[in-house]
Design a protein around this ligand. Structure first.
Ligand SMILES: [Zn+2]
Length: 209
């Protein structure tokens, strides 16, 4: 069994979505005075590698704590389609793949290589409306991407979010290490925190092949 960790490391210097706060880990108890060390964390629920719950764009639908565990372990398919700044993943990029109902579709655009660059958060590639509609029609479990958003940086209307989440399809953003996935099909394990009523959560994401 080979495991690839698709998760970004969360630090105070991690890139965050425009308008979101940088995470902070605030020292709380101290070993020398309390006998144990701990910290309090402050961050957006959409920091780093994270899962968007349907309630992120469809308030009447499930929040992150309501996602059944059976959806967090899924058959996944890797779609490799190299994209440049603001370029769209089109329906044609997906239609050649054997995407099945209930699959999690992980889209590798190559954008993760820019994770440390200034334009990582604002010029990322994303799904076209037709591509998102195709995946909704396929009734997939989740759609993940190796960039900060499934919508291109230039798409201020959040087209793909507005199609996928109301169809109860989970969204995974800021995946990394996707180039280390060596098979087209694998098992994806997602571990978002069970945050009551939250619209998303940072998550550990593991590819198992
Ligand atoms: Zn998000």
């Amino acid at each position: 069994m080979k495991i690839v960790d698709l998760t970004m490391r969360i630090t105070p210097s991690i890139k965050v979505f425009p308008g979101s706060p940088r995470p902070a880990f605030i020292p709380w108890s101290r070993f020398d005075s309390h006998g144990y060390d701990s910290e309090v964390m402050f961050m957006s629920t959409h920091t780093g590698t994270h899962v968007d719950a349907p309630s992120h764009f469809a308030p009447e639908l499930a929040s992150i704590d309501m996602i059944p565990a059976c959806r967090l372990v899924s058959n996944a398919i890797l779609v490799r389609t190299h994209k440049k700044a603001n370029q769209l993943v089109e329906r044609e990029d997906l239609a050649t793949e054997q995407i099945m109902q209930g699959d999690t579709v992980v889209i590798a655009t190559g954008w993760e290589r820019r994770a440390a660059k200034n334009n990582y958060m604002i010029e990322n590639p994303g799904l076209s409306g037709q591509a998102a509609k195709y995946l909704a029609w396929k009734k997939v479990n989740a759609v993940g991407i190796d960039g900060p958003s499934i919508d291109a940086g230039a798409d201020g209307k959040f087209t793909a979010h507005n199609i996928l989440l109301p169809h109860n399809i989970l969204v995974l953003e800021n995946l990394c290490n996707v180039s280390k996935i060596t098979t087209n099909r694998f098992t994806l394990v997602l571990c978002p925190l069970k945050l009551g009523g939250a619209t998303g959560s940072p998550a550990r994401a593991l590819a198992i092949m």
